[in-house]
Design a protein. Structure first.
Length: 612
């Protein structure tokens, strides 16, 4: 019996030994004796397994790890004295911190990624220097590609990357360095050989970046409109661009001088009492994709301002490389006119441009600068080049603060405007021989002066002057009228017109050449290209015409006074007109000196008959 009990106890003891950890411990001891100590390092993509060695004290991590992987929940510092550290799979700093001292090198295995602050607050501090940058590079590149890059998520606020070099990183969907966090400091960043994008800023409040060298051509970085304001001192290749995603500027921002690519609709709109403002600085280039445009002040108050340096005087030496003070807005993909829409200034918007070049715009037959409603506009010294339509002013309420010293080259329609707003043009704008100014049908109900322009002014619809307004035409003004179009004055309320030409600079009023006339006009009207002339209604007072030459009017007279109209004509001629130069009614008051008819016009004057 006693022998049987001893036998059972010995069997139980053997079974316990076999199920214990003793064999594992002995195996580790044997391996250690051979110099092959096995570390308890989490495997690649280890999920929520803490990174580092289990033997480390709680709350801190060793300074020289061999492999980084898993989730970092401790405060880890990698010292300058450490050998290169490998990063395997997913290494995430969530609930912990990572500080990397000068000269440290992290080597990322294929598919590896460094994430910070994805689910919990976490920070990374890269403390590189100019002489000892921190390097994050590929450990090797397999057939499946390199490593996936560095990603600073929303909970990574407070991170800092100074003198960091990233090489051979990223995917087709993620940049080498992807940042969502807002309060991040970046100094002296270098990104080499990215898979696609070198840098992407997706937050609405971007980080401050002071100096970055991003390699690659085409789009090398992408940012939200707000984040672009933090991109200072970028070093890009000549063909490299920073893409700006469609979005909204809702505060006051200034974009540093970089080459940007605008993709989609950019809106500059604030809130009531808090207007948005976007400023462009000298040296800035905006390249617009075909569906891109800027809307200013549509759903809230907003303004866009751009002020560049004036061009150097003729004969002056060119500025040194990199010192260009120009601001250019142009098409990104096609140099043909109409390849992008333009700048659309709406009711609560203000646009101010000085010495800015706008090229290849005017899509959908709208101005590359379009102002409507109660928008405010100031254009000085700007150059419009290869646009379908240069500037378009809609309605009567647009406030034109300045429109002077602008140049239009290869722009068929330099300006499209209403009669009331034509008076906002200064006299010193410059046009090539193909440019025209188009004036649509409309009213003038406040005093306006049309300055002489160095381009033909085409009147495409009837113009009426009323409500006590005076329309003044400066000496040298040239107007072309579409078939049948008239200039009417004082039809319903008191109004007047003053045409003050001179012998050297007469005012010319004639038809639009048939090749430019509306396609809706009859073939006979196109051939004759005759317009309706000037009709002075009964409420016209003190109208005056001096040194005015009319041509090819279609009605009874080039200038007709109806009812009690009042006018004085001095040195007025009508050539090739269907009727007389001037005709008036019995109640009219007319003064005339040297009124003539030429080139087949029937008579200089037709006086009323059968007056009481």
């Amino acid at each position: 019996m006693r022998r049987t009990i001893l036998t059972v106890l010995m069997g139980l003891a053997c079974g316990c030994y076999l199920l214990s950890d003793e064999p594992k411990a002995r195996k580790k001891t044997d391996a250690g004796a051979k110099g092959e100590v096995e570390r308890d390092t989490p495997a690649a993509d280890a999920g929520d397994t803490p990174a580092g060695q289990t033997a480390e004290p709680e709350g801190q991590a060793s300074e020289c790890p061999t492999v980084l992987t898993g989730v970092e929940t401790k405060a880890r510092t990698i010292a300058s004295s450490c050998a290169p550290v490998r990063v395997r799979g997913l290494y995430r700093v969530d609930g912990g911190t990572l500080r990397i001292e000068p000269g440290v090198e992290l080597r990322f295995e294929p598919g590896a990624v460094l994430e910070v602050g994805r689910d919990q607050p976490g920070t990374i501090t890269v403390a590189g220097t100019v002489d000892q940058p921190v390097r994050m590079i590929a450990d090797s590149v397999s057939d499946s590609g390199g490593w996936k890059g560095v990603r600073l998520h929303a909970h990574a606020d407070g991170s800092s990357l100074e003198h960091l070099e990233i090489a051979s990183a990223g995917t087709e969907d993620h940049a080498s360095l992807w940042i969502e966090a807002a309060e991040v400091k970046l100094v002296g960043l270098i990104v080499r050989s990215p898979t696609a994008l070198a840098l992407e800023l997706v937050g609405e409040r971007g980080p401050e970046l002071l100096g970055a060298e991003l390699s690659g051509a085409g789009v090398v970085a992408r940012a939200t409109p707000a984040a672009a304001a933090g991109l200072h001192d970028l070093k890009l290749e000549p063909t490299a661009r920073v893409a700006i995603a469609a979005g909204r500027v809702a505060t006051t921002l200034e974009w540093p001088p970089n080459a940007y690519r605008i993709e989609g609709v950019l809106r500059v709109e604030g809130e009531a009492g808090l207007p948005a403002q976007l400023s462009l600085t000298p040296g800035t280039t905006l390249d617009f994709t075909p569906d891109a445009r800027v809307v200013i002040g549509g759903l809230g108050p907003g303004s866009l301002s751009a002020s560049a340096s004036p061009p150097p005087p003729e004969g002056a030496p060119p500025p040194p490389p990199g010192a260009s003070g120009r601001i250019e807005l142009r098409a990104a993909e096609d140099n043909r006119p109409g390849s992008w829409a333009g700048l659309h200034v709406q009711d609560e918007g203000r646009l101010s441009l000085r010495y800015v070049e706008l090229a290849h715009g005017g899509a959908r037959d709208e101005g590359v600068v379009l102002a409507e409603g109660s928008a405010s506009l100031s254009l000085e010294g700007c150059r419009f080049h290869s646009d379908l339509v240069g500037v378009e002013l809609r309605g009567m309420d647009v406030s034109v603060e300045a429109f002077a010293n602008n140049e239009f080259t290869a722009v068929p329609v330099a300006l499209r405007t209403t009669p009331a707003l034509l008076g906002a043009l200064g006299p010193d704008n410059r046009y090539d021989e193909a440019a025209q100014i188009h004036v649509e049908r409309g009213k003038i109900e406040a005093d306006a002066t049309w300055a002489a322009q160095a381009a033909p002014i085409r009147i495409q619809g009837d113009v009426f002057v009323d409500k006590g307004a005076t329309l003044t035409l400066a000496a040298g003004t040239s107007l072309r009228f579409d078939p049948g179009v008239i200039l009417g004055v004082g039809y319903y309320e008191r109004a007047t017109v003053v045409m003050s030409g001179s012998a050297e600079h007469p005012i010319l009023l004639g038809p639009t050449p048939s090749s430019e006339a509306s396609s809706e006009a009859s073939s006979e009207a196109e051939a004759q290209a005759a317009w309706g002339g000037i009709v002075l209604g009964t409420h016209t007072t003190k109208a005056r015409f001096e040194h005015v030459k009319l041509r090819s009017t279609a009605n009874d007279a080039g200038i007709e006074l109806r009812d009690a109209a009042d006018a004085t004509l001095v040195n007025v001629d009508c050539a090739s007109c269907a009727g007389a130069t001037v005709k008036w009614d019995c109640e009219s008051t007319i003064g005339n000196i040297a009124v003539t008819a030429s080139e087949g016009t029937d008579a200089a004057m037709i006086a009323p008959t059968q007056c009481k």
